[in-house]
Design a protein around this ligand. Structure first.
Ligand SMILES: [Cu+2]
Length: 286
């Protein structure tokens, strides 16, 4: 009975691993949005997300092998060393060789995981040379954006209510004002919040950055594919946490130019509000 349930568990883990592994590589019809019954990630649209997906698949294979190996050891112990087969138990206490192996092997496995893991962390953390910056500010409960390098001032992005959705627009993920970026541009996102913690998260970009009041966090992405991509606030931020989605439209360079020109007219930047130069230095001497 015990052996049967052990076997079932092994089969379950193997099957689960294979299903998740296959689904991770599968092309998804509508990129930028999760599908019903989807397993694995949304389609990767940035180099960072492609690396995350690769790392995920690698660790998944490793975990599956380890689980199957341990299960097999357990089964062998259950069959060969049970009380019925061994009325007089062995009194073995040490085996130096085995103890060295089971100390060294996990260290090696951890190293094999740690090296690509750190490489990935640095890829996310170290900003490459950027083309321009977007500032995203979290509010209860919507996002406010700014394109400082293009002289576009603050504009708001609210979720569209279900009743006002147009054909093909996803529920709870559509906003009244998308943010738009050109394809293949390296964009820095400066993320902050004005009231409570929020989180600017875009699954297909591999971006999830905390928005902390009084603090500027930065992250980056380079979308290599045009399309409409959806994300959501990913930090519990209050009653309407589930209703502050993010929509990024990745378009061609010329479409972006047209969009940004329109935004410059509609949302001119606020008057520079920095104190005159020297003010900070004077204050520090007082
Ligand atoms: Cu939020």
């Amino acid at each position: 009975m015990r052996i049967a349930s052990g076997l079932l568990a092994v089969l379950g883990v193997m099957l689960g691993g294979v299903v998740v592994f296959l689904s991770a590589g599968e092309a998804i019809a509508a990129p930028g949005i999760a599908e019903d019954w989807q397993l694995g990630f949304q389609d990767a649209v940035t180099p960072v997300m492609q690396e995350i997906e690769k790392f995920h698949n690698f660790v998944l294979i490793l975990v599956t092998i380890i689980t199957v190996f341990v299960m097999m050891l357990l089964l062998i112990v259950m069959v060969r060393f049970n009380a019925k087969r061994n009325p007089t138990p062995s009194r073995t206490t040490h085996n130096t060789m085995i103890e060295v192996v089971w100390t060294i092997a996990p260290i090696l496995i951890l190293l094999v995981i740690a090296i690509p893991s750190f490489r990935l962390l640095y890829l996310q953390r170290d900003l490459p040379e950027i083309d321009f910056t977007i500032k995203a500010t979290g509010h209860q409960w919507h996002w406010r954006y700014e394109y400082p390098d293009h002289q576009v001032g603050e504009f708001e992005s609210y979720m569209v209510d279900e009743a006002d959705l147009e054909e093909g627009q996803p529920r709870l993920l559509t906003v009244d004002q998308d943010i738009v970026v050109p394809v293949n541009a390296t964009v820095r996102v400066i993320v902050t919040a004005e009231d409570v913690l929020h989180n600017w998260a875009m699954p297909s970009f591999g971006v999830k950055m905390d928005a902390v009041p009084g603090r500027l966090n930065e992250t980056w992405f380079r979308a290599v594919q045009t399309g409409i991509f959806h994300g959501q606030c990913s930090e519990l931020c209050g009653i309407n946490h589930a209703f502050m989605p993010i929509t990024v439209r990745v378009v061609s360079e010329s479409e972006f130019e047209t969009w940004i020109a329109g935004m410059q007219d509609e949302y001119p930047p606020l008057e520079a509000s920095l104190p005159p130069s020297g003010t900070f230095a004077d204050a520090s001497h007082q």
